[in-house]
Design a protein around this ligand. Structure first.
Ligand code: F6P
Length: 319
């Protein structure tokens, strides 16, 4: 192996740059060349590539987003797309690819692996929706952003004795809502994994407000319900002034937290170590405090489940 290609794919996540830096510098340390592939899998098909060295990744550790740009690439998801990708990779004399992204990006990495290209996948998504790993790169920064936003909303919520519904990202996964809800003291957490009853929530809101609460914060995961309808119906049922805040893509930006920088750095270095050992089709993950390296197909087969212990704790602490 002489040359490693690296790309970021899907939604960007804070910490992707830290992972790129670790991959590039670990590869250089082992004597490999690195090719930066821009705009995800589209960059392979379109041959958007630039050689990288240690200096290419200076001063990016603290930056959000991804210096390699990212994209969701439909053209890659076909037999012809993968065939073309293999041809470009061979023409460029790239011997292995490191992919940083979420589940869709992992499926692309698995396709490349099956097509004979040595490939390693690193989990980079704010959603934390990959069941095989305890943490994905970007999740910690996203929940920190939500926590800071909720602190500000709580000030105005208490002053006006209003209720706030706060919609957060996560696609079909409730982790951002649940974890951010716990660390910001939200009164309710609505997640796609658990059905909810609006009249029951309305009852708890009225009980809480008449029992002395001056604010009521409800975190709603985007995959759980329509936040506009939810807010309107809850206001009608409770007769309490309610505002909706959609945090949106603010959750995807910003300088990565210490946890995300460390995770991204360790995962990036481990990805290159796996390639050095001659492995391919491998997903880097975290279990407890230990990095793991299992097959991508095995990783994708692990169903992502909500942490029910944390969910119950959120309910207890919200009273
Ligand atoms: O997967 C990351 C994520 O931010 C999800 O939480 C969200 O559903 C989606 O991407 C939004 O995608 P886009 O940036 O394409 O609107």
């Amino acid at each position: 192996m002489k040359r490693i290609g690296i790309l970021t794919s899907g939604g960007d996540a804070p910490g992707m740059n830290a992972a790129i830096r670790a991959v590039v510098r670990t590869a250089v340390y082992h004597g490999y060349e690195v090719m930066g592939i821009e705009r995800g899998y589209c960059g392979i098909l379109e041959d958007w590539m630039t050689p990288m060295n240690s200096r290419s990744v200076s001063e990016i550790l603290q930056k959000g987003g991804t210096i390699l740009k990212t994209a969701r690439c439909d053209a890659f998801n076909s037999k012809e797309g993968i065939q073309k990708a293999v041809e470009v990779i061979q023409k460029r004399e790239i011997d292995a690819i490191v992919v940083i992204g979420g589940d869709g990006s992992f499926r692309g990495a698995e396709d490349l692996h099956k097509a004979g290209i040595p490939t390693i996948a690193i989990p980079g998504t704010i959603d934390n929706d990959l069941g095989y790993t305890d943490l994905t790169i970007g999740f910690d920064t996203a929940i920190t952003t939500v926590m800071e936003s909720v602190s500000k909303l709580r000030d105005t919520s208490s002053s006006h004795e209003r209720m706030f519904v706060v919609e957060v990202m996560g696609r079909n996964c409730g982790d951002i809502a649940l974890f951010a809800g716990v660390i910001s003291g939200a009164e309710e957490v609505i997640v796609p994994e658990i059905p909810f009853s609006l009249p029951e929530i309305a009852h708890r809101v009225k009980r809480g407000m008449s029992g002395g609460k001056s604010h009521y914060i409800i975190l709603v995961a985007e995959g759980a319900t329509d936040p506009y309808i939810f807010t309107k119906e809850l206001e009608e049922l409770t007769q309490i002034h309610t505002r909706l805040a959609v945090i949106g893509h603010l959750q995807r930006g910003g300088s990565p937290t210490a946890t995300d920088r460390l995770l991204a750095t360790q995962m990036g270095a481990r990805a290159v170590d796996e390639l050095c050992k001659g492995r391919s089709g491998v997903a880097i993950g975290l279990q407890g405090h230990t990095l793991t390296a299992k097959s991508i197909s095995e990783a994708l087969a692990v169903r992502d489940t909500l942490n029910m212990e944390l969910y119950r704790l959120a309910e207890i602490l919200a009273r």
